[in-house]
Design a protein around this ligand. Structure first.
Ligand code: NAD
Ligand code: DAU
Length: 353
């Protein structure tokens, strides 16, 4: 048996592929377009592992995807491929519409054609698992209860809107054509291999370089942080035992304001890697213009996943952030590689002002 993972060279995707092959002896075909966010080096440890095949291509390629499905005959597709950075979606929504909406549509069509031609057990056991985000639910007020799976969709950024559209397409393909779909909506992930344009790796990278740690607005926006490997476990569990047609929210039950997150990083870094000039990392914190339309608070109620599939996160925020820092300190060469070239242009566009 084989599974097809899309976006498996990105942050969550590469963690997922590595964990999958460590936990299961089932090959992975990894379809990834290798945008700026995709890095085959994340999968370097699998170079000689015949259970992993990386195919460079687009989920929206209506010629390539059917060929891949026919050739490898996967029993499941795990769709992680997406444009994922909110700030980039504000500067240039095109790629988000193209990959997250049109790409998902084409992938669903290819999956549906493949699945419809299956029979017997192959057809019964096939699953299409779509990995999505809590951002589709919009923003919460301080006293609101956390997002459950029944919370109305109210996406606020072009990224969130494109992911919401993809969730609706997945739902419709399940409802109308009977494609055996599953959807997960997860909160903010952090951990190894996260591209340093997202808050936590960006601040680690800047802190080590003695550069400002940019805090949007007042820094009191709240996110629900989850260590990436806990997300990967949840995806595996939903794929194995989730009810077809259902949605599962995944979260860390770990709400923290951005400023608090960055201060925690600074405190840990003060101990692990004191600055040469004797100053603290906190002194690098710099308040900058807010993100347009910035959502104030996300919080996930993952009670359904806990009750039905017995999932719970293994890491607390403290243990997860410690592991993450250790990984970034030990993998400065990885950071140096991804922070060259195109990444620099992005930093200029976003923070140049
Ligand atoms: P990422 O940006 O790090 O990686 C995305 C990967 O998808 C990259 O490897 C990229 O090359 C690939 N890709 C992009 N467009 C493609 C296309 N058209 N065809 C094939 N591959 C393509 O993203 P991530 O943070 O790893 O997120 C993965 C998924 O999880 C996304 O769907 C995202 O919406 C969702 N998600 C992310 C988080 C988070 O905190 N990072 C939380 C919840 C859900
Ligand atoms: O909630 C899940 C989502 O989490 C995923 O769907 C997205 O793919 C993922 O990128 C992430 O989105 P966020 O916008 O929450 O992540 P980001 O790391 O960009 O920002 C986290 C918070 O930190 C957010 O409130 C904005 C703020 N921020 C971010 C950056 C990059 C800053 O204050 N300064 C910064 O420089």
């Amino acid at each position: 048996m084989t599974i097809l993972v899309t976006g498996g060279a990105g942050f969550i995707g590469s963690n997922f592929v590595l964990d999958w092959l460590a936990e299961r002896d089932e090959p992975v075909v990894n379809l990834d377009k290798l945008t700026y966010a995709g890095n085959p080096r994340n999968l370097g440890s699998l170079e000689r592992d015949s259970r992993h095949v990386l195919v460079v291509g687009d989920i929206g390629d209506t010629r390539l995807v059917p060929i891949l499905l026919e050739r490898h005959r996967p029993r499941a597709i795990v769709n992680l491929a997406a444009e994922s950075h909110v700030d980039r979606s504000i500067h240039g929504p095109d790629h988000f519409v193209q990959t997250n909406i049109i790409g998902t549509y084409h992938l669903l069509q290819s999956a549906c054609a493949y699945w419809s031609a299956l029979s017997g057990t192959e057809r019964d056991r096939f699953r299409f698992l779509h990995v999505s985000t809590d951002e589709v639910y919009g923003s919460l007020d301080p006293d609101d209860v956390a997002f459950s799976e029944n919370h109305p969709y109210a996406p606020n950024s072009p990224y969130a809107a494109s992911k919401a559209a993809s969730d609706h397409l997945v739902r419709a393909w399940g409802h109308t054509y009977g494609l055996p779909v599953l959807t997960t909506n997860c909160s903010n992930n952090y951990g190894p291999f996260q591209f340093p344009e997202k808050l936590i790796p960006l601040c680690i990278h800047n802190a080590l370089a003695g550069k400002p740690l940019p805090i949007y607005g007042d820094g009191r926006q709240i996110r629900d942080w989850l260590y990436v490997k806990d997300h990967c476990n949840a995806i595996r569990l939903v794929l194995e035992s989730g009810q077809v047609g259902e949605t599962y929210n995944v979260g860390g039950n770990s709400e923290h304001a951005n400023l608090e997150v960055v201060r925690t990083l600074c405190r840990l870094l003060n101990d692990m890697m004191p600055r040469a000039n004797g100053a603290t990392y906190q002194e690098l914190i710099a308040f900058v213009s807010d993100r347009p339309g910035h959502d104030r608070r996300y919080a996930i109620d993952s009670g359904k996943l806990r009750r039905e599939l017995d999932w719970r996160p293994m890491e607390t925020f403290d243990s997860g952030i410690g592991k993450t820092l250790e990984w970034y300190l030990a993998n400065q060469d990885w950071v140096a590689e991804v922070t060259s070239g195109a990444y620099r242009d992005w930093v200029k566009t976003q923070y140049g002002r």
